[in-house]
Design a protein around this ligand. Structure first.
Ligand code: DC
Length: 231
């Protein structure tokens, strides 16, 4: 009998290595990986391009009604690219201009209910790994495996800096640090499903774990959960 397919929810602060782990797990398990942050980033990109006023609910609802988000697997990246109304938005959503606004946009109730509704539908067939801030608490409260990732703030800043430096050599460590601190603050203090560790999530601090160590630790957890379902 084929192994049951489960839902894996990964939450945590910005730049804790959630997507690296999620991508590797998806490849090992043959699961679908969904980067929920990419959805908030693509919505932010649309809002910026169309000058949507964040304090105007009518403009926000109009904008949301004009947004269609989808994911298309990219063999080269071994992950899905996000499409914003038929345009591959992946090349733009990690820009600093989007990073600076995304937490504010993600705190808007109408934006969250649009994104969360779509995320819940994506989980219907199981066999999915989703990372974000509210996956274990709001999107998939019944996920079979929930992880809450943390890492030393200095380690996180350097990881994100190296990632961004390739496409933007003018970026400074200070700028990255400021953006991460601000996003963590907004993400964990907002009213609408703030970043929280779900009571049944496993805390994973990867400050001093190699990628391989982290992956094998989590694969063990996955196998334990699957074995528990079978019995
Ligand atoms: O994971 P990320 O850094 O790409 O996410 C970008 C922003 O989106 C993050 O600052 C908070 C928001 N976000 C959210 O509110 N809920 C999620 N499930 C995922 C991301």
């Amino acid at each position: 009998m084929a192994a049951p397919r489960i839902i894996i929810a990964i939450d945590g602060y910005s730049s804790c290595g959630k997507s690296t782990l999620a991508k590797e797990l998806a490849a090992q398990l043959g699961y679908n990986y969904i980067d929920s942050g990419a959805m908030y980033r693509a919505i932010t990109l649309y809002f910026l391009r169309n000058n949507v006023a964040l304090d105007n609910p009518i403009q926000i609802l109009d904008a949301i009604a004009s947004i269609n988000l989808s994911f298309v697997f990219n063999e080269h990246r071994q992950a899905s690219d996000i499409y914003l109304n038929d345009e591959n938005a992946e090349p733009y959503i990690r820009d600093m201009i989007v990073a600076e606004k995304v937490s504010e946009v993600a705190a808007i109730r109408e934006v969250r209910s649009f994104a969360v509704g779509q995320q819940k539908r994506m989980g219907r067939k199981k066999g999915i790994i989703m990372d974000g801030r509210d996956i274990g608490t709001a999107v998939f409260p019944d996920a079979e495996l929930k992880l809450f990732m943390t890492a030393d703030p200095a380690v996180r800043v350097m990881r994100r800096f190296k990632e961004l430096y390739t496409s933007n050599p003018n970026i400074t460590i200070e700028e990255v640090k400021h953006n991460l601190e601000l996003r963590d603050y907004i993400d964990s203090t907002r009213e609408e499903s703030p970043l929280r560790q779900a009571s049944d999530a496993i805390l994973l601090d990867n400050s001093s774990l190699t990628r391989e160590e982290q992956l094998s630790k989590v694969l063990e957890m996955v196998n334990t959960r699957i074995a528990a379902i079978k019995h």
